[in-house]
Write a protein that binds this ligand. Structure first.
Ligand code: ADP
Length: 396
C-alpha cells in the first residue's frame, strides 16, 4: 500500500516540492515555483510523463500553492492520495527539538521564533498555512533544520558571553542543515554495513551554504553553524567565521550599522567576496585554471577553514572512522575533496585518486583501501529524509 507524502520547502521567493511514496521511496513528482513576489513567476512540475511549465505572476505563497494544486490536478499524481505533508522549517530554537505535527500552538511557536530566522521562518509559516488551506484533511508535519543538533552538549552549544543576556535572548548555537547531516550520517553507516551506534563520522555539507558536523554513534556532538547560518565554513556568499569585533570596527571606520554589516557578511562575502562575485565552484575552478590569483586564494582560504574544522572535530571525537562529503560542492568537486584530504593525509586521510575522480550520483567510498579513515561521497537527499521523518511522526 503506497504512502505518498508531499514534502514542501517554502523559502522567501520559492517553493520546492516532491511527492514521495514513503514505502517504495519512489518519487512521483517534483516541482519548483520560483520568483514569488516578482512579475515573472514560474512553476515547473515534473512527473514521469514529462515536465510542465507555467509562467504567470505569482504575487504570494497562497497563489504559489494554488498553482501547485492546479499542476497536480492537471498532470497528476492525485493530491487526494497524499497521506501527510512534511514542511521544511528552518529554525526550531529551543522550542522544537524534533519533528513535530503542526497544530496552532506549533504555528504560534514558529512565529515567536521569527526573530531568530527572519528570512526563513515567516515563509515557512506562510507555506504551512497555505498548504493547510488546500489540504485540510491530512496531518501537516514540521521538520526543523535545527532538530538534529538538539543533542549537542552544553559545552558545545554555549557561547562564552554574559549568561543572563544569552538566556534572555536564547543566544546559543543551534546548527542548521540538520536534515542533511542526519540523513548522510545514517546513510554512511548503511553504505559501510556498520552499526550507526559504533560509528564516528564527520559530515561536510558543502553546498552554497556549508556546514560540518561531528556525529558520534548517530548523535550530533558538534557543528559549525550557530545561532544563525552565518558562522563556520567559508560559503558561496557568506563569510563563515570572522572576528565578531568587525561589527563595531566597521561601524567606527565605515559608518556601517549592524544590519549593513550583517548583509555584507551574508551576501557579499565568502567565495563571492574573495573572487569579486563568483560563488559557483565551477566558475571558480575555471578562473583558477586561467591563472586568477584571487580565485586561487579564495580556494586556499576555503580549504584552510575546512581542514581546520575537520582537525578540530577529529580531536573532539577522539578520532574518526569516516569523513563524508555531501551537497553540490562535496558531491561534485573532486578537486575540493582532494585539496582537503591531501592536507589531512598526515592524520590518516588517504584518498584513492581514481575513486575520487569518478562522477556518480551513488554513495561511494573514495579512500584508499589502507586509509585509516574511510572517506566517502554520500549524496544528500533532504526530501527523502523529510518524507521519512513525516511518516515517523504520523506513526508515533
Ligand atoms: P544549496 O546550498 O543552494 O542547496 P547545493 O548543495 O545545490 O546548494 O550546491 C550548489 C553549489 O554546488 C553550486 O553553487 C556550485 O558551487 C556547486 N556545484 C554544483 N555542481 C558542481 C560541479 N559539477 N562541480 C563543482 N561544483 C559544483
Amino acid at each position: 500500500m503506497p504512502t505518498p507524502i508531499l514534502v514542501l520547502n517554502c523559502g522567501s521567493s520559492s517553493v520546492k516540492y516532491q511527492v514521495i511514496d514513503a514505502d517504495s521511496e519512489a518519487v512521483w513528482a517534483t516541482g519548483l515555483v520560483e520568483k514569488i513576489g516578482l512579475p515573472e513567476g514560474i512553476l515547473t512540475h515534473k512527473v514521469p510523463d514529462g515536465e510542465f511549465v507555467v509562467e504567470a505572476p505569482i504575487p504570494n505563497h497562497d497563489e504559489a500553492l494554488r498553482l501547485v494544486v492546479q499542476a497536480f490536478a492537471d498532470h497528476g499524481p492525485a493530491l487526494a492520495d497524499v497521506v501527510a505533508v512534511g514542511h521544511r522549517a528552518v529554525h526550531g530554537g529551543e522550542l522544537f527539538r524534533e519533528t513535530t505535527i503542526v497544530t496552532q500552538a506549533v504555528i504560534d511557536g514558529m512565529e515567536a521564533l521569527a526573530g531568530l530566522a527572519p528570512l526563513h521562518n515567516p515563509p515557512n509559516v506562510t507555506g504551512i498555512r497555505a498548504a493547510q488551506a488546500v489540504l485540510p484533511d491530512v496531518p501537516h508535519v514540521a521538520i526543523f533544520d535545527t532538530a538534529f543538533f538538539a543533542t549537542l552538549p552544553a559545552e558545545a552549544y554555549t557561547y562564552a558571553i554574559d549568561k543572563d543576556l544569552a538566556k534572555q535572548h536564547s543566544i546559543r548555537k543551534y546548527g542548521f542543515h540538520g536534515t542533511s547531516h542526519s540523513y548522510v550520517s545514517k546513510k554512511t553507516a548503511e553504505v559501510l554495513g556498520r552499526d550507526l551506534k559504533s560509528l564516528k563520522t564527520i559530515v561536510c555539507h558543502l553546498g552554497n551554504g556549508a556546514s560540518i558536523s561531528a556525529v558520534d554513534g548517530g548523535v550530533a556532538v558538534e557543528t559549525s553553524m550557530g545561532l544563525t547560518p552565518l558562522p563556520g565554513l567559508v560559503m558561496g556568499t557568506r563569510s563563515g567565521d570572522i572576528d565578531p569585533g568587525v561589527f563595531a570596527y566597521l561601524g567606527r571606520v565605515a559608518g556601517l550599522d549592524a544590519l549593513a554589516v550583517d548583509k555584507v557578511l551574508n551576501k557579499q562575502s565568502g567565495m563571492a567576496g574573495l573572487t569579486g562575485g563568483l560563488s559557483d565552484f565551477r566558475d571558480i575552478s575555471a578562473q583558477i585554471a586561467a591563472g586568477d590569483a584571487d580565485a586561487k586564494l579564495a580556494m586556499d582560504v576555503y580549504l584552510h577553514r575546512l581542514v581546520s574544522y575537520i582537525g578540530s572535530y577529529v580531536a573532539l571525537l577522539g578520532g574518526t572512522d569516516t569523513l563524508v562529503f555531501t551537497a553540490g560542492v562535496g558531491e561534485n568537486d573532486a578537486a575540493v575533496r582532494a585539496g582537503v584530504c591531501d592536507r589531512l593525509a598526515p592524520l590518516g586521510f588517504k584518498l584513492d585518486p581514481a575513486a575520487n575522480a569518478v562522477r556518480s550520483k551513488e554513495p561511494r567510498v573514495i579512500s584508499a583501501p589502507d586509509s585509516p579513515v574511510t572517506i566517502l561521497v554520500v549524496p544528500t537527499n533532504e526530501e527523502l529524509a523529510m518524507a521519512r521523518e513525516t511518516v515517523a511522526a504520523i506513526r508515533r
